[in-house]
Design a protein around this ligand. Sequence first.
Ligand code: SF4
Length: 328
Amino acid sequence: MTEAGLVHERLADWYAHAARDLPWRRAECSPWGVMVSEVMLQQTPVARVLPRWLEWMDRWPTPAATAAAPAAEILTVWDRLGYPRRALRLQAAAAAMVERHGGEVPTTAEELRDLPGVGEYTAAAVACFAFQRPEVVVDTNIRRVHARVFSGKALPGKTYTAAQRQLAREVMPATFDDDGALACTWNIAAMELGALICTARAPRCASCPVADLCAWRLAGSPPATEEEKTRGQAWAGTDRQVRGAIMAALRQGRPVLQWRLLDQLPLPEATAQQRLRCLESLVADGLAVRGISTDPEEPGETVIALPGLLDSPQDPSHQVLPASPGAQ
Ligand code: SF4
């Protein structure tokens, strides 16, 4: 058996008893459930995804149900998962499935990739985990495991390089004698090893099933070079934090006066310029909309709401009109 073959075998055995029991991994989970999980899990940990996934699947268990949901509800259920454009892209993909695929999740990576907002990773992951197609799946965890086990590097660096893509292809198990079953297990097992054992900051090599085969460990676990390091994403003070605070206020469900929304953000360090810039970017991304209040208490004031709420105001005492472009 080749060394890669031994790594495949060890990880498959380890995964069989060590994998977390997650609802989107169960046999009864629908392809749509797998797809929702894959989109939610990008840049967001399992613990935060789990309750959001359960609520999403309870409300919108099919692409058709998701496509028909009001955007404001989609963004409210997305809650604090971050990068909320993902939620609207997922809804756009669901609408395309209804239009082009009879409301079903397409089965091949090529068809999945043709859906709006679906990238290389999501297409490969859904094809593999929902339809057992032996696609090359590479996320951050898998890149790190590959870098350590096969390349002897502490970390894979920030960018997914052509060399890493080539390595990922080369270390895939052969698919001719089992229809790709081991290849699919390899993808999910390497991902799970990266999440549970071979973590970025503190790999637990003593508990690792491939410790004696790992090139990085065999080389004496050298520290990461500057090139290999990735800077952790800052949060405090960033536009992402300010956008998140604006979205949290809008998820309360009612249009709010723009000046009040921006004044009352619980971020004393954020300048007025940054608050306005972030609001503009949310409007430009279609995550928030502007209107004009016709409430006699505040006539003509600019109001902000989640998409769809200005067209059908839920509170008749707060009538709003669509805003003219650029109104502030
Ligand atoms: S031995 Fe350590 S570094 Fe190598 S794969 Fe296992 S956990 Fe990761």
